[in-house]
Design a protein around this ligand. Sequence first.
Ligand code: NOJ
Length: 746
Amino acid sequence: MRKLATLATLAAFTAAFAAPAGGPALERRVEETLSRLTFEQKVGQLWQGLGRKVVEPASGDMSGEKLKESFVMDVRAGRYGSLIGKRGVENYNIIQRAAMEGVGIPLLIGNDMIHSVVTTYPIPLALACSWDESLWERVAEAMALETILEGCNWTFAPMLDIALDARWGRIAEGGGCDPLVTGLMGAAMVRGFQGADMSDGLHIAACAKHYVCYGASLGGRDYNAVELSDDTLRNTYLPPFRMAVDAGVATIMPAFHSYNGVPCSMDGYLLRDILRGEMGFDGMTISDWGAVSQLIQHGTVVDGADAAAKALNAGMDMEMVSECYIKNLASLVNEGRVSMKTVDDAVRNVLRVKFRLGLFDHPEIDAAKVGAAVDPAANRALAREAAQKSIVLLKNEADALPLKSGAKVALLGDVSTNDWQMLGCWSTCNLSNFENAALLDGLKADGVDVAYTEAYTLTGRVDAAEIEKAAGQADIVVAAFGSYWETTGEGNSSSKIELPGNQLEVARAVKACGKPLVAVVFGGRPMAFPELAELADAVVMAWNPGGCGGWGIADVLTGAVEPRGRLTVDIPRTTGVCPLFYSQTTTGRPVVVNKNNPFGQRFTSCYNDVEPSALYPFGFGLTYTTFEIKNEKCGIVNDAGGAQLVAVADVTNTGKRDGSELVQLYVRDKVAKIARPRRELKSFARVELKSGETKRVELRVPVASLGYWTKGSYIVEPGGFTAWIASDSDSGRPVDFNLDPEIPAK
Ligand code: NOJ
């Protein structure tokens, strides 16, 4: 067994990123600025307020005469370090001018630009299913420009919460259940938002959130407590944050919940020991909305003053919206409950981000420069590409898809014509400012012979006669299933993830007509739909595909582009199996399923009444062609690149169309000190293959990434491992390899 010295080694499977801009020159400017601040101004730097608009846009008078003087005076006096909310470039510039004329420190102005600004991209869970780092980065970079034109220099994204439980509504906002995919997506989005140089006036500060393990809330209930071991925290929930820190993320938002009893907003172990001590983060932390004052409701502080003391002492630099810091820090310092050094250090962290953003050098937005860089048509094309690549084809019996050219299509369901329903849980866009497409628009644009009849709504009526008539006149039926996006996202946990309303009646009615059914499933969470999956000939997981989603889905349905999305969560068969995730720890009684025990043999780890496996597993997704992976080999090499696991396989496109396979490398430590996941994703690669073509694929991962945390140490244990080079987390042939004790795990 070998013990690794630092956490950094765990992040070795990430690309190397440039260190955040800094160094002695920046630190000198931080110190100079800090030294001229009064105590009140320092406290101001630690507050993010709601502020106000300084200009009333509705009045049409943008001359500045209607300045809200008291607000501007507060800004000038340095009572705000930051504001939340978009208020437009003109207001932004007035505010920054006032700040520079007064206290001489510009404000961070942030908002939730998660997957939508003017252009709305697919929700993060959908984007993750593209497994495409370049796409993630390009989407974030395009959003950065639009964000600046909304009068902000900061976004509260990416969300890096590993979500194992489909009941949790916020599963929509992150990358799914896997630390590697979530971490790669997070790092790519940080690079996109912040660019190579965050101070170039064309990029914004990112905020990795919600630190940490928010997605493990008990019962999948939002804001609920989390109980999990330090090992699991480190093995599963911290890696994406570490990858974001390595990518130079400017800010981090601690989560609302309590972790093993301690609210994250006052957890010095998480905020100081791990984030700063182990990960080396030197940016700024910002509380979630009102989270400092909510320590009172948690029952871990007496009052607002106690909340301020405990949060700041734990390492929470800036307070969002609630006013515990601004009201209490003076007396807390006088009483010695908070040291001046603690206040100064927090202000340093805030100033460092402002310098890195270049705000002191160009506090105002150069709207002409940013506007020139925004290309709405290119953004629309990017949103369409993102939708195409996020869609996951789950079933395609008898080649129901792609739609045959000239086929008469009956399109059903209220969502099929509803462009609003394409958007998703953090939509900030105004539909009238952006060219959108619902599914009907997309099919028409792609030249499909389509006739639309509503026939049903997702939660209400089903008109069987309408369905029969429409299906009777068509060759194939395409119908929209799933849930409205307003049922996912923050504050939208659900005790049932089955399809709402009477949607199964729709599927039964179509099948009764003898017509093939293509089910397009919308929604922000994996839903349980085994009967729909049985009845439908094709199932397309469209998620909330964004404003250009209608075009993207149509492109996939018609075969104009290949489906290439792969699930980054498992799709459960029923709510009761949640949380469900492919990388579950092995048990002493693994499930045995056989002919007589389809749900699993008694006294093995199963349920009485449902198959324990996923309906569709993590990593799964069909294309319009087929692939074979063979000649898999795995071994350890120790060359110039260091000690690495090398996995090779031949991948052949065995179908009639060109396409791309997502080759995934999973590993299991066969015998370890603690029970380990049945499989863990270690790497993946997309291979484009012409029909009939074979390519050799090689995947390499550092030996260091084969280890795990246990009892406070990261260890890599020599001995037997099993690897799978596979199309998803359930398939593939096991290939054993051995890690020699002599191989250095660095
Ligand atoms: C609460 C949410 O938890 C967080 O994700 C968001 O960034 C803040 N509100 C600010 O809107």
